[in-house]
Design a protein around this ligand. Structure first.
Ligand SMILES: Cc1ncc(COP(=O)(O)O)c(C=O)c1O
Length: 416
């Protein structure tokens, strides 16, 4: 048995699987201490957008580290946070007028849930029920787990998770019928992963249904929370997935690519009514949430540099070009043995590989991962769901290496 001092996330140390030691990152590549190069086909858990160690972002980080490393954000501000707020205002719908900072996707979701409950309490009409989509993933803190799918990931904590109203996955109109009915019971909010459930297996649903869900919530006065932690920053082909449905949520969660994937930071964007519900001369009505590193200036400097890249460079052209290549690869992958449901959305491509045991604990995923690692590709299938979500700088040759490794893994594993 391999015992390590460092306890890694989502890692079963008892299996003794190798843990590569990464000593350098650049563009679409990671290098190990043994000099091996890996193509980062999953953007290091979906965070790296433009590419690793982007020079503009790295320079901004260095500058901020030397000038303003950390400041309490309660009752204080700094130019880096203001630059982020200005950049967000330039890129995102004006209705999402207020920015609350936190540190990760999970905390962005916790903040969104607390804002929603705070909104209703401040209005003197307390509501506590949250509606969710079947199969969702919103993070690993207790609140974020509560609004996510129940399963092996959170079975040990189940008694602590709060009860939610679960709507069917919106691949048909049953979700809309269920949402109409659930809204009559006056829930506080619906939280969705717009257009695609990420960790829930890259399951995609149409923009019209996202728009219909938002419209039902608006009609019933139920807050609509879009968790764009995975889908934001161009992953689905547009800056946000909501954009494709013409939806402006009441609350939006962003993280991962907010700093281009360089440093941990998140924002929860809130519309004026949500902010105004907490706005008062009564201290008891303030928004009671913080963490020590809220809006860390170094992380904010990275985010501001990322936002400048989005405003000044043709990022969406790069996204479109990658999306086109991904579609070409999914056409080919559809013909590989055992491959079903090959699909794309923007820069994201996914398919299933037939296996006796589907789901997250399918043994196929780790086997494909190991095979690809040996071929210089970092991949991390979700059970028997294989997906490729590379940084936007990935080249055609690199992508061919990624898919070559995957095809070889599938053919080898299925014939063994
Ligand atoms: C949709 C969504 N929400 C929230 C999270 C949690 O983000 P973090 O891991 O930064 O806490 C994730 C992470 O993958 C995610 O995909």
């Amino acid at each position: 048995m391999t015992r390590t001092r460092i306890w890694h996330p989502f890692t079963q140390h008892g299996l003794g699987e190798p843990i590569p030691r990464i000593v350098r990152t650049e563009g679409a590549y990671l290098w190990t201490d043994t000099g091996d190069r890996l193509i980062d086909a999953i953007s290091s858990w979906w965070v790296t957008t433009h590419g690793h160690a982007h020079p503009r972002i790295a320079a901004a980080i260095a500058e901020a580290a030397a000038s303003t490393d950390q400041i309490i954000f309660a009752g204080h501000t700094h130019p880096q946070a203001e630059a982020v707020a200005d950049g967000l205002a330039a890129l995102f719908p004006p209705q999402l007028a207020h920015v609350f900072f936190s540190d990760s996707g999970s905390t962005a979701v916790e903040v969104a849930l607390k804002m929603a409950l705070g909104f209703w309490t401040a209005r003197g009409q307390p509501r506590h029920r949250i509606l969710v989509l079947e199969g969702s993933y919103h993070g690993d803190t207790i609140g974020a787990m509560s609004v996510g799918a129940r399963g092996v990931f959170n079975a040990a904590y189940a008694p602590l998770l709060f009860d939610v109203g679960t709507l069917p996955f919106p691949d048909d109109d049953a979700a809309l019928v269920a949402l109409e009915a659930a809204c009559r019971e006056r829930p506080a909010a619906l939280i969705v992963e717009p257009l695609v459930l990420g960790a829930g297996g890259m399951r995609m649903y149409p923009a019209e249904r996202l728009a219909a869900m938002a419209a039902i919530c608006a009609r019933h006065g139920v807050l609509f929370i879009a968790d764009e932690v995975m889908t934001g920053w161009g992953r689905t082909g547009t800056l946000t997935a909501c954009e494709q449905a013409g939806v402006v949520p009441n609350i939006m969660c962003l993280s991962k690519g907010l700093t281009g994937g360089s440093l941990p930071l998140a924002v929860t964007l809130a519309s004026a009514p949500v902010y105004d519900a907490h706005y008062s001369d009564d201290r008891a009505r303030m928004f009671f949430h913080s963490s020590s590193y809220t809006a860390n200036p170094i992380a904010c400097a990275a985010a501001a540099a990322n936002l400048a890249i989005w405003q000044e460079e043709p990022v969406l052209d790069r996204v479109a070009a990658l999306g086109e290549r991904q579609r070409g690869w999914m056409d080919r992958a559809a013909g590989w043995p055992g491959v079903t449901a090959a699909r794309t959305l923007g820069t994201l491509a996914a398919f299933e590989v037939e296996d006796t045991r589907s789901g997250y604990l399918s043994a196929l995923g780790p086997a494909i991962k190991a095979h690809c690692a040996a071929a210089g590709v970092l991949l991390r299938p979700l059970g028997n769901t294989v997906y490729v979500m590379p940084p936007y700088c990935v080249g055609e040759v690199d992508l061919a290496q990624v898919y070559g490794a995957i095809e070889d893994a599938i053919r080898t594993l299925r014939s063994s």
